[in-house]
Design a binder for this molecule. Structure first.
Ligand code: MN3
Length: 388
């Protein structure tokens, strides 16, 4: 039985992770749950999954829950998240946190020898270099698989594209990869022109055609910044140059990405667009378990692929530029994007203000290199404060 700490249990990935665990209840034990402020849902999850530890964003929520659930330990804030990720008796940490607050728990989980199922993109976008070198020198300490102790920890992607690439690379270790083919739905504004995008509203941007996700990632999908973040994620996870990652717009979202090898053979992975497939792969790895998802019916289906429009969707190009410059550039890009998306969600700025402001910030930034975890957190914080 795998012992799991689930960070971000009340969000979109968190609840779907619990769906998969519910389907495979004899294989998993939930040790820790963490959430932001959705306390009513957390209470239901405590009653169903009986964790030993829960972490809330606010101390006041933790204090009041202590009264109701006397046999559960409650902590709060970022210290609580790091504790849940690293100090609990677990085999795997599922990091389904939103935004930069996901970086430190990932770092300390790997440091403590836990496998990490990672849905938090910011971990790799801002801290990719640090995290991957930590993984390289890590040593698994989990309790379930005694014979595996001491191997490097696994960093298993919970992102449909990266899960696809991971599956295509299995059994091909050591073989030279020529290209990563990263597919992209195109978002709700695929085919629109720059002048069309001047007029789009918040509710237009929140209507994703294929994927049902949290608000931040839905806006990132509309600007194509999500694909930019995923290029950076793929670069670190699979040790490839950004120039060797090709983005293909594939509106049906059936082919979840692929790999081209030296002989021009291309492997891809397919499935219905639903996160429970990558979640179940990461949770069950190296086994495959029930995902609860529908079968893929290919009969009558047409699959199409287009080049992304980098002139209209500037964010994708900005992400390529940021990762090629490296160092602090992706940290600044990620932090600025998070603030700008928040402002767009609050109707403070327009849709096109996101790429325009980002470009200005990146142009003005002077790069720092050889960053430590503390440097990344400082630069992230400085960037956020600099945006009014
Ligand atoms: Mn994705």
């Amino acid at each position: 039985m795998k012992r799991i700490a689930l960070l971000g249990s009340t969000g979109s990935i968190g609840t779907q992770t619990l769906d998969v665990i519910r389907k495979n209840s004899s294989d998993f034990k939930v040790i820790a749950l963490t959430c932001g402020r959705n306390i009513s849902l957390l209470k239901e999850q405590i009653k169903e999954f009986h964790p030993e530890l829960c972490v809330t964003e606010l101390e006041s929520d933790a204090d009041s829950l202590k009264e109701e659930f006397r046999d559960v330990k409650f902590l709060s804030g970022s210290e609580g998240l790091v504790y849940a990720a690293s100090e609990t008796d677990t085999d795997m940490v599922v990091n389904a946190l939103m935004g930069m607050r996901g970086l430190e728990p990932t770092y300390y989980a790997i440091n403590a020898g836990k496998d990490v199922a990672l849905a938090n993109k910011e971990t790799l976008v801002a801290g990719g270099e640090i995290i991957m070198s930590l993984v390289k020198n890590s040593s698994y300490t989990g309790s379930s698989y005694e014979t595996e102790k001491g191997r490097p920890v696994r960093l298993l992607p919970i992102d449909s594209e990266h899960s696809a690439i991971f599956q295509c690379l299995e059994g091909n270790e050591g073989r030279k990869v020529k290209k990563i083919l990263l597919t992209c739905s195109g978002g709700p504004f695929r085919g629109r022109s720059l002048s069309d995008l001047k007029k789009v509203t918040l509710s237009d941007a929140l209507k994703h055609p294929k994927w049902n996700m949290g608000k931040k990632i839905t806006i990132d999908s509309a600007t194509l910044m999500n694909k930019g973040l995923e290029v950076i994620e793929a670069k670190w996870l699979f040790n490839v140059d950004a120039d060797d990652i090709t983005v293909l717009v594939h509106p049906q979202s059936i082919v979840h990405s692929g790999v081209e090898f030296m002989d021009n053979s291309v492997l891809t992975q397919m499935g219905v667009p639903d996160m429970r497939i990558p979640i179940s792969l990461a949770l069950g790895y190296p086994d495959r378990i029930e995902s609860g998802e529908d079968e893929l019916d290919l009969f009558g289906m047409s699959l199409t692929f287009e080049k992304p429009d980098l002139e209209t969707f500037r964010c994708l190009g900005l992400a390529y530029e940021a990762i090629k410059k490296g160092g602090s550039y992706p940290v600044v890009m990620n932090a600025a994007n998070e603030v700008l998306v928040e402002k767009f969600l609050n109707s403070e700025i327009s849709f096109l203000d996101i790429p325009e402001t980002l470009e200005k910030i990146l142009d003005e930034h002077k790069g720092e290199y050889n960053l430590t975890l503390q440097d990344v957190l400082r630069i992230d914080n400085e960037t956020r404060k600099s945006i009014k």
